[in-house]
Design a protein around this ligand. Sequence first.
Ligand code: NAD
Length: 472
Amino acid sequence: MKTYGRLYIDGHWCVPASSDSIEVTNPATEAVIATVPAGSSVDVEAAVTAARNALYGWSTTKPSIRAGYMAQIYEALVARGPELAELITNELGMPIKLSQRIQAGLPMVVLESYIKLLGEFAFSERIGNSLVLKEPIGVVAAITPWNYPLHQLMIKVAAALAAGCTIVAKPSELTPLNAFVLAEIIDSSGLPPGVFNLVSGYGAAAGESLASHPDVDMVSFTGSTAVGKRIMVLAAQTVTRVALELGGKSAAILLDDADIETAVKATLSSCFLNSGQTCSANTRMLIPHDMYEQVVDLARQHAASYLPENPLNTQARIGPLVSAGQRDRVLDYIRSGLADGAELLFGGVEPPDGLPLGYYVRPTVFGRVTKEMKIAREEIFGPVLSIMTYRDEDEAIKIANDTVYGLAGGVWSADPERAERVARKLQTGQVDINGGRFNPLAPFGGYKQSGLGRELGHYGLEEFLLTKSLQF
Ligand code: NAD
């Protein structure tokens, strides 16, 4: 078992104010694998002060110099990639093959994209007699969840560093270990002290202190909509900017001319990725009413290829959920689907065979789901797909938009113009047409209660900038 006893503040590994710690559990074995400090408001104070003191130097550093430091971090991240993939599999439960590609691989792609962007981005522009300057917003609090822990942290850290901001990061208490490796990497890169600080801790303590700290200029938060609303309230006291990446209840619309087999397979894959713990997962599959039987057969057939297993097995496609609490929450949703009269097509509440330990849930598919059901309305954050039927295109769009969320979605059609027409009517931040792949340079973020602001690419950089006009 590994013990992290210190926090990374002002370029040093510091003894926290209290000896309280947080146990990190491997969700596949239920064993405690590490402890990290439960940071307090005293630690947050020290970290914010360090970030404030480092701000002038870092924000006035030339972009090319900032890119140089970020390149050092990139090199070390690549070198420690295999270690990070295994670590995240052990704290989160994502199958190792996927962890290598996504959990360790994506942060590298994102960091590299910001290094490149620093070479091209115009931090000023002339508009008539004005010179418009884009200046770093200042000290950034980066508060992140557990489902893509390093990716979500890197999205914020890379963009904030590129912008010239300094950072205090607070990772999720469930998966904090990767953030300690990132802090080690940053420490070895020689980044000036105080530019990046790490305070692990619980949301109610370290998180609240950070989000309400008057010397924090921006809170960049990824997590649940409920906590996002709380962050807004806390930050409002000092009119601090917030960027919020929140929950989702995304729909894939399968139009009647779509390649149904490919669409069903891909929608299941989106829904079951990371055991369904993906904010942008397509968790509602909307299909033409008269294609129900055909889709049900395909859904059953493809769901059977997702057998929960030890995530360290290189063939594993689906592992456990992150915690006992998350498993129980998902099982409650499956029970509610049954109680509300949805048709259980695959999976269910019984634990999967042959796995006496671990927070596993059977991948589950419900048919004949209607819009009033809880499983159609709330974010489950587990491997549960709801199949809903529609009579015509307009009804499909109406059902897709009938949610407080607006993060993602999909449209499937043999006719790309028809798919685009439908996609334009969806009230969400991104829509994948016929399985269009993730683009790390395209803006990512939500409409409605899925959030405020955008991450990735130049839109993500601009979140961390203020705009000033000089008139001549
Ligand atoms: P969460 O909201 O419980 O926690 C997220 C982070 O906020 C954690 O670090 C937590 O410690 C901290 N926190 C909790 N209470 C706080 C408070 N009162 N003040 C300050 N910080 C606090 O979310 P989670 O369970 O870790 O993650 C799952 C949620 O995140 C899902 O709803 C999912 O949809 C969402 N999510 C959204 C995106 C996106 O980009 N839109 C990406 C990933 C996850």
